[in-house]
Design a protein around this ligand. Structure first.
Ligand SMILES: [Zn+2]
Length: 76
């Protein structure tokens, strides 16, 4: 599926964030990577198999707070 050379890392690879961004919505705080991972601006991630990766920056947001933050983004 990945058209890039070299191919983007798989969603389960430790370097999954290195995949190319194919859709970016900075105003909504997320972007979709080529490998199907949705990455949020707080560094949380949603994997294509439905698993979530908690934000891994130094702050300690809970996932539900994170989702709320995404939903309340202004519809610019
Ligand atoms: Zn790719």
């Amino acid at each position: 599926m990945c058209p890039h050379t070299p191919p983007c890392p798989e969603p389960k690879a430790p370097d999954r964030e290195a995949a190319k961004t194919i859709i970016s919505h900075p105003e909504q705080g997320w972007s979709l990577l080529c490998n199907g991972v949705v990455m949020f601006e707080d560094t949380g991630e949603l994997l294509p198999d439905g698993n979530c990766i908690a934000p891994h920056r130094p702050t300690d947001l809970k996932l539900d707070l994170h989702v709320t933050a995404v939903k309340r983004s202004p519809a610019a």
